[in-house]
Design a protein around this ligand. Sequence first.
Ligand code: ADP
Ligand code: ADP
Length: 232
Amino acid sequence: MISMTGVSKIYPGKQKPLVAVDNVNLKIDAGEIYGIVGYSGAGKSTLVRMLNGLEKPSDGQIEINQQIINNLTRKQLRGARQKMGMIFQYFNLLWSRTVLANVTFPLEIAGVPKQQREVRARELLQTVGLENRQYAYPSELSGGQKQRVAIARALANQPQILLADEATSGLDPQTTDEVLDLLLKINRKLKLTIVVITHEMHVIRKICDRVAVMDSGKIVETGSVFDIFRHP
Ligand code: ADP
Ligand code: ADP
């Protein structure tokens, strides 16, 4: 589903070049929840930006669904990105639009007719348990509800992959658990591959099948969550 081979990202830096991602090899299977964990500065965000095509690797190859995404044109990249949903720490909702309009937004961009996109958006809001808040504005919602809107929006174009970048880092523990339960449910129901980027170990423990530990741009350990957390 996702494979990275010898992927590096080097930024120019002030004095000397900065190696943000250093020769990463990674394989993520279809349908699994894969965690990428590491402290701040480890290179996780840079890795994500390369996965979703926002940045090109300095070296190596990234393959998603049998398509090598390193050197796609802007147009091809836009197509590839529509098959990838994203959720973020600060939700990135459109604040002037209702919940429903936030979820229909990616469908509008994809050219889906109005009636169809509203039907689809309502289904998604039902999946995330927000069908009765469709005419609310994001500012009227709790943090957990905002993230559920973001999840519904991320699923609108039926992506095969969901990238969750510190998606629960701004939420309290109980809300975090609710959002993680929802991600688990979606993973099972839609057989969706989920990549979870986080610095929070309990997030990994709760929902991930496998995990890669990043430090200073390198992957220093990979394995099942059971293996990684077996030793204290
Ligand atoms: P994480 O997401 O794990 O906190 P990042 O990928 O944000 O790590 O950062 C990895 C390293 O790359 C850090 O040293 C950071 O300062 C550097 N870095 C990230 N983005 C850029 C950029 N656009 N330009 C220069 N350096 C960057
Ligand atoms: P970009 O410049 O990244 O293409 P857009 O203007 O297309 O951004 O995005 C508008 C809004 O949609 C933003 O709030 C952004 O976070 C969100 N968004 C973009 N791509 C996705 C996606 N694949 N899944 C969910 N939301 C997205």
